[in-house]
Design a protein. Structure first.
Length: 128
């Protein structure tokens, strides 16, 4: 049931803020109405989704909407700090700090170019 709970949550998140009908979810996953309701209630109790009762084609069902979205880590996946050998010694007021780091500047510039939709030039990040 844990795996199914994750699958239901993933489907609700994929449908976005507009949400999805609970009946569509259980049909898509081949679940019974009862199992679908239990999974939705479990996610609602965890604060991950909202359930609002709606009348759809003459039948009552619930519209499921995500309340919390999974954290997107793509923006920091290539951060030099993650693999930096000096990270344990790095601090704001230390000899090694983000202010004097030779790897952060080029990384930030490259990420800004990507965010603006331009193809990033190969970074001139110094070798470690």
């Amino acid at each position: 049931m844990v795996d199914l709970t994750s699958r239901v949550y993933k489907l609700v998140v994929e449908r976005g803020r507009d949400g999805v009908l609970q009946s569509e979810i259980w049909k898509e996953l081949g679940l019974t109405s009862r199992d679908g309701s239990r999974l939705a209630i479990r996610l609602e109790r965890r604060g991950l989704i909202g359930r609002v009762k709606v009348l759809e084609e003459g039948r009552w069902t619930y519209k499921l909407t995500p309340l919390r979205f999974p954290t997107d880590m793509t923006s920091i996946e290539k951060a030099p700090c993650i693999v930096c050998q000096y990270e344990p010694k790095c601090s704001i007021d230390g000899e090694i700090s983000p202010y004097v780091c030779p790897w952060i500047g080029p990384w930030v510039i490259e990420e800004a170019r990507i965010a603006q939709g331009r193809i990033a030039e190969p970074s001139a990040v110094p070798a470690r």
